[in-house]
Design a protein around this ligand. Sequence first.
Ligand SMILES: [Zn+2]
Length: 224
Amino acid sequence: MTSKGIYKVTRKGVIMTTTLNGMTVPSWASHIEDKLAPMPLLLVQAYVDTLDRDLGTDIFAHADEARAWLADAGLRVPDPDQPEPNFPGFAEDLRLAREVRASLEALIGRDPGDEALTPDDLAPLEQVLRQVQPRLEVAADGQVRLGPDRPARTLPDGLLGLLLIVRDAQADGSWDRLKLCGNPDCRWAFYDRSHSRRGAWCDMASCGNRVKNRNLRARRAQLA
Ligand SMILES: [Zn+2]
C-alpha cells in the first residue's frame, strides 16, 4: 500500500512521501503509523512490520506486492538491463525474505538475560552471510565504511545491508529501543522513545488494554 502524498527523490535516492500528519516518511514505511524508529533503523522496523498480525495482512504474501516493496525499500533492485528472474527464482527470494523476517523478529524480541537464540532462529541470517560478504572500503572523505555493493541487485545483498543497520544500531544503543509489542497476537515492531524505555505495547488502547483486561479476566477466573 502506498499512501497518497508528495513524492521526491532525495540525494540518497530515497523516495519520500509526506503523510497527512505532516511527518515525512519514506514510502516503504507508509504501513507504520507511529512509534517510528529513526533512519536507517526504520528500514529494519518496516521490514519486520510487513507482517501485520492484527489486520491479518502480509506484504510478503503476494509475489507482486513483495517485489514492489523490496524494490522501493532498495533491498532488491534488479539491474534493468538484466531480465528479472522468472517466478521460480523470485519464489526462492520470497521464502528467504519471510525467513529473515522471522529471524529479525527473534533478534528484536530477545531481551538481555533471555535464552540464547536457537540455530533455527539464526539459520536464515547465516544463509544471507554465506551468499554475500560485507566489503570494507575507505571512501574519498577518509571514512572507513562497511557495506554491500550499491544498489542491492540481489535480495541477499539487500539483506546484508539490513544486517549492517542492525549492527550499527547495536553499537549506538538505539537497537534496545526497537521492541516487539507485548501482545502475543500482535508482536508489531515499534520504537520506544519513552524516557524510562519501558514501553511494552505498540499501542496502549489496542494492545495494552486488551492484554491487561485478558490477564485480569484470567485472574478473576482463577479466584472464582
Ligand atoms: Zn500491539
